[in-house]
Design a protein around this ligand. Structure first.
Ligand code: 7TS
Length: 421
């Protein structure tokens, strides 16, 4: 048994020192009100930030603040280097062939809109089919609604089954209608479902469609390799992966990015401007008009360093353990209905309803004990409609979440039930 020692070695590697990790996140120590410790279970909305990220941004403003790409003075050179080094780190993190293929945007929403306003408007015409899914976040629905109204493109949706998976048989049928674009989420922000992205992309490419992967929820939690997945475009946000708000990224295949018209016009995205014309800059600057979010890009790079220092496999393993435990405990609660597949098919998200109690009331009462969960449609209104409910309460987990926090959630839910009994 040559591999007999391997599992033990792996287990040792995978056991995260959670208390050490928690100490990296100052906010986790805070009391939400006197004597009430924060239990943060809303990382799907935005993650908390480690000191390494806060310090990197603080240090930039204290020591190196200057505009980038424009000056030859020391600070401008320092700022430019920090900004571009972060891009390199992000490219490596998702195994992009080159940092030129990483476009800084404000967030996942802007990344998807960038494709809709450039590639899609240059390539799609009336009658062209775009395939989406019923589990999309509004940011991967509304840009296509807008284009449908403007261009008359057609939209079709891969249905979600009762147990929260995509119906791939219907996907196959839809592919037979020669779509131009397939755009879908890697991981649902409500059901937690991890979709078989590689398989779905291979299937789309077989009929000549371009693919967009909304990786807002996957890149923070799993090892994502854009070359292995084969996606044409991948969109994600820094703030969900320990980085700051106000910055995200779009990865694109080089030939596509080269051929696409620019997005916003202005400084930095040009090579040359005349009174009546301009020439676009090379990649990635062609898509980065104006002074960008410099401190945030540096913070994004520091977040990638931080995640690498913990290890994405370790993070995924820890979250899986917490999610499995949470689902098990939640299922025991009478009148609680969980949405989404079993723990082996999903990330760290548990969306639920409690019979006879509005999800907002659940969240509000939990907040009295410092437990932060989100309630509402989580920007996935059509998905909630599909399940015949207006809203869910949602607890979500990240590398700093503990079983003790899950226990507090369970206790809190029993309290809610008692109050409404
Ligand atoms: N796609 C998915 C799958 C998401 O979960 C989100 C944000 C977005 C796109 C948009 O990201 P943004 O950074 O551009 O806002 N999801 C959530 C959520 O579940 N609760 O708050 C934001």
């Amino acid at each position: 048994m040559e591999s007999a020692n391997f599992p033990l070695f792996t287990i040792i590697l995978m056991t995260l020192n959670i208390q050490k990790i928690r100490a990296d996140f100052p906010i986790l120590n805070r009391e939400v009100k006197p004597g009430v410790q924060l239990v943060y279970l809303d990382s799907t909305a935005t993650s908390q930030k480690p000191l390494a990220v806060i310090d990197a941004m603080d240090s930039y403003y204290r020591n190196s603040n200057a505009n980038i790409h424009r000056g030859v003075h020391t600070l401008a050179e320092e700022a430019t280097k920090l900004y571009e080094d972060a891009r390199e780190k992000i490219a490596k993190f998702i195994n992009a062939p080159s940092a030129r293929q990483i476009i800084y945007t404000r967030n996942t929403t802007e990344s998807i809109n960038l494709i809709a306003y450039t590639w899609a408007r240059a390539n799609l015409k009336a009658g062209d089919l775009v395939i989406l899914t019923e589990m999309e976040h509004h940011s991967n629905l509304v840009p296509w609604h807008i284009l449908q109204a403007e261009r008359g493109i057609e939209l079709e949706f891969i249905p979600v089954t009762d147990n929260g998976l995509l119906d791939l048989d219907v996907y196959k049928t839809l592919l037979s209608r020669s779509p131009r674009l397939v755009s879908f989420t890697h991981m649902s922000n409500v059901l937690g479902t991890i979709n078989p992205a590689r398989e779905m992309i291979v299937m789309a490419h077989a009929v000549g469609a371009i693919t967009i992967l909304d990786a807002a929820q996957s890149i923070p939690h799993l090892k994502v390799d854009v070359q292995n997945l084969g996606a044409d475009f991948v969109a994600f946000s820094a703030h969900k992966m320990c980085g700051p708000t106000g910055i995200g990224a779009l990865y694109g295949r080089l030939e596509l990015l080269e051929a696409m018209p620019p997005f916003l016009g202005g400084g930095d995205m040009i090579k040359e401007v005349k009174l009546r014309s301009f020439r676009t800059n090379s990649l990635p600057y062609k898509f980065e008009a104006g002074t960008p979010a410099i401190a945030e890009a540096i913070g994004f790079g520091a977040a990638v360093d931080y995640l690498n220092s913990i290890g994405m496999d370790n993070i995924a393993e820890h979250e899986h353990e917490i999610t499995e435990y949470a689902l098990e405990r939640l299922e025991e609660i009478p009148g609680l209905k969980l949405f989404g597949p079993s723990a082996d098919k999903k990330g760290g998200v548990a969306a639920f309803t409690l019979e006879g109690i509005h999800p907002h009331d659940v969240a509000q009462i939990l907040d009295k004990d410092g437990i932060a969960v989100r309630a509402g449609h989580h920007c996935a209104q059509p998905l909630h409609e599909k399940f015949g409910i207006p809203a869910t309460s949602r607890a979500s987990f990240y590398l700093y979440s503990t079983k003790n926090e899950v226990d507090m959630l369970i206790q809190g839910i029993y309290k809610v039930k008692e109050l409404f009994a």
